[in-house]
Design a protein around this ligand. Structure first.
Ligand code: UDP
Length: 328
């Protein structure tokens, strides 16, 4: 079956997840426009598709009302991925985080709403905050920290995006669907903004110590970007998913210390592990999440989604990518 939408706009299309999504949609036979201000995304992420028939890159911000209006007009459906992401970026640039995430989504939804164009909103597991009973289900209460800690501005801004998308669904019958992505990892992800596996991979390949924050007992559940893309395309294509929120992630909870060990082993590296206190890694206002595990029952029920790539595969693919970057 071919994809139900022909002309697709991907905001944040030059980003890590966005560029994989663009590739996948082009492979489905769609015409795809990527709108990206190249702040954290890059043209090189789109190298594999830049000459592909039906692909267009528009370099503009989601805060640029006119650019968004024109791009939404050309599309039959919108994947809205453009956002300030990455714990380091969020902590260091709280104003930009809040403005991009709130105004960007407001702009995209307003223009999509005028023409009734379906929107998939990429949200984040970060909205669960300090919730400590795992796995997280979409109906769970959300437990955010104090407003003086900038990390929670990210969760809160994405949560407002969710509320706004659901409000458009309720009030205007706009088909929206929300995917809460859990620690998505894969080729093209940069460690610059804090993401742990690309950082560890880079450190292991350079023979530097792997910087484990805290004691490394905190856990995450990592998801291969190819599985995340499967979830995003499936949710958008399924009318029964519209108006709803879904977790989208991997399975297999793992501690960060164990991830460090596995990266060292997979890289065949002689790197050691260095424990870095959170206050040194970020600042004294920082709070980390102890555990993060998605319940995937809802997304499995609606689109038969199951993650297919395990942590070993994720680490191998990230190492292969890091090696290719170094040699090329
Ligand atoms: N982390 C780490 N060393 C690093 C970067 C991150 O130990 O160099 C830890 C971080 O404190 C968190 C986990 O790895 O507990 C995942 O961090 P990431 O920024 O990838 O995503 P998060 O789940 O925090 O959004």
């Amino acid at each position: 079956m071919s994809y139900p939408y022909r002309n697709i706009l991907v905001t944040g299309g030059a980003g890590f997840i966005g560029s994989h999504l663009v590739e996948r949609l082009l492979a489905e036979g769609c015409r795809v426009e990527a709108l990206d201000d190249l702040s954290t995304g890059s043209v090189s992420n789109l190298e594999p598709v830049q000459d592909r028939e039906g692909f267009r890159l528009t370099v503009a911000s989601v805060l640029d009302d006119q650019a968004v209006a024109v791009a939404v007009d050309r599309a039959d459906a919108v994947f809205h991925l453009a956002a300030a992401v990455g714990v380091r970026l969020i902590v260091e640039n709280p104003v930009r985080t809040i403005e991009t995430n709130l105004s960007g989504t407001e702009t995209v939804l307003r223009h999509a709403g005028k023409k009734g164009k379906p929107v998939l909103l990429a949200s984040t597991s970060e909205v669960y905050g300090k919730q400590d009973s795992v796995p997280f289900t979409e109906e769970d209460d959300l437990v955010l920290g104090a407003s003086r800690r900038p990390r929670w501005a990210y969760a809160c801004s994405k949560l407002m995006d969710e509320f706004l998308a659901l409000a458009h669904y309720r009030e205007n019958k706009l088909p929206v669907v929300i995917a809460r992505l859990f620690n998505t990892v894969g080729p093209r992800q940069t460690g610059t903004y804090g993401m742990v596996i690309p950082r560890f991979a880079g450190q292991a390949l350079s023979g530097e110590p792997l910087t484990v924050y805290g004691d490394g007992s905190q856990t995450r559940t990592f998801c291969h970007v190819a599985d995340a893309v499967e979830a995003l395309t499936g949710l958008m294509a399924t009318p029964a998913a519209h108006g709803k929120v879904f977790n989208a992630g991997g399975d297999g909870e793992v501690s960060i210390l164990e991830v460090a060990r596995q990266v060292i082993e997979a890289a065949g590296s002689k790197s050691t592990i260095e424990f870095v206190p959170f206050e040194t890694a970020y600042d004294e206002e920082f709070e980390d999440m102890e555990r993060r595990v998605p319940c995937l029952r809802k997304i499995e029920d609606v689109i038969s989604y199951r993650p297919r790539r395990d942590l070993r595969r994720i680490i191998e693919d990230v190492l292969a990518w890091e090696r290719a970057c170094r040699s090329g």
